[in-house]
Design a protein around this ligand. Structure first.
Ligand code: FE
Ligand code: FE
Ligand code: ZN
Length: 293
C-alpha cells in the first residue's frame, strides 16, 4: 500500500516562511501541502530568496515530500475575466506572470488559479478575457502547470462547468501548461453529483483529459447541491458526507493527484491532522468538533 497523497493548505509567515509551512504540514502527518506565496487577498510578495526555501526543501526531502506534489494557490483577488475594469485585468496578468516566476524559482510545478469572474459582462466575454490573459502569461519556457479550479458559481464566477473549462483550455495556445483543480465543495455547489465521482471523472476525461487533473480540493459543503454558495464544511459534517469524500480520496484513478483539505478551523484550531487520519483509517470521526471545542 502506498501512502495517501494528502495534506492541507498551510500558512507561510514570518520568520520561518516555507520552512514553517513544511513543519506545519508534517505536524498533520501530511504527505503534501498547499500554500500562498503571500497573503491571498493582496499582491504584496517577499522575494523568494527570503522564504527559506533551501531549508524547507531539506526538511521535505528528509520526510519524503516531493516538490512536484506541493501546490501553490494564486491569490484569489486576481481576475483575468474582468473586461469591465481594464486595470483589474492588467493587474491580474502582471501579477500572474510574477507568480509563475516565483513558483518556478521555488521549484514547485502546480499552481492553482481561480479562472475568473465576468463581473456582469457575460460568460463569453469573461471566458475570452481569461483565454487572452493565459495567452499573455504562458511562454514556451513556462514550467509550472496552471490548474484551473472548478468554481461554485458564486456571483459571476466562471469555471463552473467542464464545458467552460474545456473552452478555455481548447483556446489557449500553450495549453500543455494548463490543468485542472477539482474542488469537491465547488463541484457540489455548482450542481454536480459528487456521489457519482466516476461519472464526473469520465466527463473530465472525455471533455478535457483525466491527465489534466493536477489537484483535488477535498472539502465538505455547508450547502445543498446546486446552491452556488461556496462555503466549505469540515469532513463528514456537511451535505456531501464522509463516505463520498472518502471514496474520492481513495479513488485509484486519482492516486497520484495531490489531495488538499481547505476545511474551516474549529475554534481557531486546524482540524487537518484529524481529518487526514479519518481518510487514513477510512473512518468518520464524529467527535472531531467536540474534541476541538
Ligand atoms: Fe481556490
Ligand atoms: Fe478550493
Ligand atoms: Zn471554495
Amino acid at each position: 500500500m502506498t501512502k495517501l497523497l494528502i495534506g492541507s493548505h498551510v500558512g507561510m509567515k514570518a520568520r520561518k516562511f516555507l520552512l514553517g509551512s513544511v513543519e506545519e504540514a508534517l505536524s498533520y502527518n501530511a504527505t503534501t501541502f498547499m500554500f500562498y506565496t503571500g497573503a491571498p487577498q493582496n499582491t504584496r510578495r517577499k522575494p523568494v530568496s527570503e522564504l527559506r526555501v533551501d531549508e524547507a526543501k531539506a526538511l521535505m526531502k528528509e520526510y519524503g515530500i516531493d516538490l512536484n506534489n506541493i501546490v501553490v494557490h494564486a491569490p484569489y483577488i486576481i481576475n483575468l475575466g474582468n473586461t469591465v475594469k481594464k486595470e483589474t485585468y492588467e493587474l491580474a496578468v502582471s501579477f500572474l506572470k510574477e507568480e509563475i516566476r516565483r513558483v518556478e524559482e521555488i521549484g514547485a510545478t502546480r499552481l492553482v488559479l481561480h479562472p475568473g469572474a465576468h463581473v456582469k459582462a457575460g460568460e463569453e466575454a469573461g471566458l475570452n478575457a481569461i483565454i487572452d490573459g493565459l495567452n499573455e502569461v504562458l511562454t514556451p519556457d513556462t514550467r509550472v502547470t496552471i490548474a484551473l479550479e472548478t468554481m461554485a458559481g458564486k456571483g459571476t464566477e466562471l469555471g463552473t462547468s467542464f464545458d467552460q473549462l474545456a473552452y478555455i483550455i481548447d483556446h489557449v495556445n500553450l495549453s500543455d501548461q494548463l490543468g485542472l483543480c477539482l474542488d469537491t465543495c465547488h463541484l457540489n455547489d455548482a450542481g454536480y453529483d459528487v456521489t457519482q465521482f466516476d461519472d464526473i471523472l469520465d466527463e473530465v476525461d472525455q471533455k478535457i483529459g483525466l491527465d489534466r487533473v493536477k489537484v483535488i480540493h477535498v472539502n465538505d459543503s455547508k450547502n445543498p447541491r446546486g446552491a452556488h454558495k461556496d462555503r466549505h464544511e469540515n469532513i463528514g459534517y456537511g451535505t456531501i458526507g464522509f463516505d463520498t469524500l472518502n471514496k474520492i480520496v481513495h479513488n485509484p484513478r486519482l492516486e497520484n493527484v495531490p489531495k488538499i483539505l481547505e476545511t474551516p478551523y474549529i475554534n481557531d484550531q486546524p482540524p487537518y491532522k484529524e481529518e487526514i487520519e479519518m481518510f487514513e483509517n477510512n473512518t468518520f470521526n464524529d467527535h472531531l468538533k467536540q474534541d476541538l471545542s
